[in-house]
Write a protein that binds this ligand. Structure first.
Ligand SMILES: [Cu+2]
Length: 125
């Protein structure tokens, strides 16, 4: 009986973790031409965590880390081969050259903090 309860709790917890890390998509933000966007690293999250940008534009991401957790001290863009140090309470700009249409994920070193850069084709292409 007790085992069943514990199994259920474990299952529920697993479901929550999966939802939290992989399925929740807080704060999708769209960025226009020549706009810089501020990404705050705080409370185990990037805010906004999903950034939509038009294809063919270089963009500037300004990271600001408020989270003292050492896990947050780097942000990695695997597909772009970028590893950026984020000192606490400093604005760290990252210029990204125009990218092909697609989704480029970024995360902390342990993949606990996650976000993505979504490059959209212009006019539905
Ligand atoms: Cu981490």
């Amino acid at each position: 009986m007790m085992d069943a309860v514990i199994n259920l709790l474990a299952l529920g917890l697993m479901g929550f973790i999966i939802w939290w890390f992989w399925l929740s998509r807080p704060a999708l933000q769209q960025v226009g031409k020549n706009e810089a966007i501020e990404i705050v690293v705080e409370h185990g999250n990037y805010t906004p965590s999903h950034i939509e940008v038009p294809q063919g534009e270089a963009i500037t991401l300004n990271f600001i880390r408020r989270d003292p957790n050492p896990c947050a001290e780097k942000v990695l863009f695997d597909e772009l081969d970028i590893a950026l140090d984020l000192p606490l309470e400093e604005v760290v700009p990252l210029v990204i050259e125009p990218l092909a249409v697609g989704e480029y994920r970024f995360s902390c070193q342990m993949q606990m903090y996650r976000g993505s850069l979504i490059v959209k084709g212009v006019q539905g292409h």
